[in-house]
Design a protein around this ligand. Structure first.
Ligand SMILES: Nc1ncnc2c1ncn2[C@@H]1O[C@H](COP(=O)(O)OP(=O)(O)OP(=O)(O)O)[C@@H](O)[C@H]1O
Length: 574
């Protein structure tokens, strides 16, 4: 509820207008049968001057009701859209404060569904609330009282109608509510399957998986169709059922009012307004039932957004002034366990690196290389022990200081749609053309940027589909080096580069960024052979730290990796 309250702050006036318009609509709806009753009485009494007067009122009230209805819809839609946008933006802002661990807890796909589908549900809820929350109870109570007052002798018809319609609504909408939830789940699944398939379309095509994928999609789509047909059938049976009950109530009312008419012929007008009120009571119950069914679905969505808003970022940064950190990196007895895991991925790791050193990190796949590197820019925090950059515990510096000091180039390069310059400025917000040129020279990206007519203003399409794997990696490295960081981490980020380009990147880094401490993560020893020192990881433990020659001389695991890779290379050379 606090979510709705906070989002409604800007819309108080519109909400008041919507509610007042809804109340006016109810007044008009309740007044009309009474006027109808008066006009019938006037016709029976042949009071033509009265007929004109009441007729005029009848039309006026109908027009007022209509205008109030339009105002209510416009205001409700405005508030619903506006509040949904507020909630969406607040949730998005909150997600931006999340650490990697938080995102993993939810999964990014799930967060996307929450930001789209769930917000849509909430938007519908707000719309329904503004249109019906005031109108339906008022209409029900008003019609009930007026029906009772109009023909008190038929009180039992009213009560019976309420009970029968109430029961049908309660049971049928209860059943449909469950199917609606199922439908929603299936819609989510269809969306997910479509997204997964289209994003991985290259894999699908290259492994000739079209048939299998289509089959999977068709199964879910068929289930969705069956559920929709079922709900549609229940709906189409319900409407005639409601009409049947309403008509029966009218017939019963007319039958029992017959005696009253014989005693007093003017009761005819009262019967007309009485049956009108019966219809209003019925409509109020049906709409009320539908409203609660839709509201229950939206309340689940509200809960899912609340979960986002109530999540505390796993990482917090101290409120300290910005400081310049040099490239010294130290791990002091560091262990790390992933959230939701029990076994440590890194165990008691200690080492020290001096500013400007070139450090290789090698180890078998899954040995913990990426995990170790992620602790330096605080993508995760060490579970035990201390990680220092520039001699300071990374948990004691503010976020900007750490971001300025450490650049991390990911294993999988991710670029955002926009221009090349937009992407590079993520590494340094105010980077100018000269800085971009210098960085792209280091990353060997200039050769293909220069061929594009617009240079740094060239567009990057969605999922950077207009760049090759190697080009993406080079742009990603450019973004990493542009801010001249004290520590640069290249996490297997030259894997898609040919040997010549990889060598050129390394040479450029040595020459132009020799004050930057560089970590080069690779499974290939050939990529780190020239590093000043090499960290060797095995199953989360640091089993060696030294130069290539030292490790080759006295580190059995390094020797093993080296021999295996040498063997492979020799075979490849033959
Ligand atoms: N987000 C995560 N949650 C849980 N476990 C994870 C997560 N990321 C990695 N792991 C596990 O931690 C271990 C180390 O993974 P890590 O990616 O650090 O290894 P790596 O040496 O970089 O491997 P590679 O060379 O294949 O990239 C693996 O067993 C992996 O399954």
């Amino acid at each position: 509820m606090t979510i709705l309250k906070n989002a409604s702050k800007k819309f108080h006036v519109s909400i008041i207008f919507a509610v007042l318009a809804a109340a006016l609509m109810v007044l008009a709806t309740l007044w009309q049968p009474k006027l109808l009753q008066s006009i019938i009485n006037a016709i029976m009494k042949q009071e033509s001057n009265k007929i004109m007067g009441i007729g005029f009122w009848l039309i006026t009230i109908a027009v007022i009701g209509l205008i109030a209805g339009v105002i209510n819809t416009i205001m409700s839609a405005k508030v619903a859209q506006g509040m949904a946008a507020e909630i969406r933006e607040a949730a998005f802002r909150k997600i931006q404060t999340f650490s990697f661990g938080n995102i993993e807890q939810f999964s990014s796909g799930n967060l996307v569904v929450r930001l789209t589908n769930d917000i849509n549900q909430i938007q519908n809820l707000i719309m329904i609330l503004l249109q019906s929350l005031v109108r339906i109870p008022l209409l029900f109570i008003g019609s009930f009282i007026l029906a009772m007052v109009t023909i008190p002798q038929l009180w039992w018809v009213i009560i019976l109608l309420v009970i029968i319609i109430g029961c049908i609504t309660f049971f049928s909408f209860g059943v449909m509510g469950k199917h609606f939830k199922k439908i929603q789940r299936l819609i989510d699944k269809v969306n997910e399957l479509a997204k997964e398939n289209l994003m991985g379309i290259r894999v699908v095509k290259s492994f000739v998986q079209e048939k299998r994928q289509t089959q999977g999609f068709a199964n879910t789509s068929d289930q969705l169709m069956h559920e929709n047909i079922l709900v549609g059938n229940v709906f189409s049976m319900l409407m005639p059922l409601f009409m049947l009950v309403a008509n029966m109530a009218i017939v019963v009312s007319i039958y029992f009012a017959g005696d009253l008419v014989r005693a007093n012929p003017y009761v005819v007008g009262a019967i007309t307004s009485f049956t009108n009120y019966l219809m209003q009571i019925m409509m109020a119950l049906i709409i009320g039932g539908m409203m609660s069914m839709m509201a229950s679905r939206a309340v689940v969505s509200l809960g899912r957004i609340k979960e986002i808003m109530d999540t505390n970022p796993m990482l917090k940064y101290p409120d300290k002034p910005i400081q310049k950190l040099d490239g010294a990196v130290e791990f002091d007895n560091v262990s790390f366990v992933y959230p939701d895991e029990t076994k440590p991925t890194l165990k008691n790791i200690s080492f020290q690196v001096n500013p400007g050193e070139r450090i290789g990190i090698v180890g078998a796949t899954g040995s913990g290389k990426t995990t170790l590197a992620q602790l330096i820019p605080r993508i995760f925090d060490a579970t035990k022990g201390i990680v220092k950059v520039g001699g300071v515990n990374v948990q004691d510096v503010n976020e900007t200081s750490l971001r300025n000091a450490v650049a991390y180039v990911l294993q999988r390069p991710i670029l955002f749609s926009g221009t090349i310059a937009d992407n590079l400025r993520q590494g340094k917000r105010d980077a100018n053309e000269t800085e971009m040129k210098r960085a792209s020279d280091i990353a060997q990206a200039s050769e293909f940027i220069d061929t594009r007519e617009q240079g740094f203003a060239a567009p990057v399409e969605e999922r950077s589909s207009n760049f090759s794997g190697g080009q993406k990696q080079r742009l990603s490295i450019t973004r990493g080096v542009i801010g001249n960081p004290s520590v640069l981490i290249l996490d297997d980020s030259t894997s898609a580069l040919d040997a010549k380009s990889e060598k050129l990147v390394k040479e450029a880094l040595d020459k132009k960024m020799n004050h930057t401490t560089t970590f080069i993560i690779s499974e290939k020893i050939s990529s780190v052979i020239n590093a000043d020192r090499i960290l060797v990881l095995d199953k989360g433990k640091l089993v060696g730290f030294g130069t290539h020659q030292e490790l080759l001389a006295n580190n059995s695991i390094y020797q093993e990796i080296y021999q295996t890779q040498k063997g492979k290379q020799e075979k490849g050379d033959q």
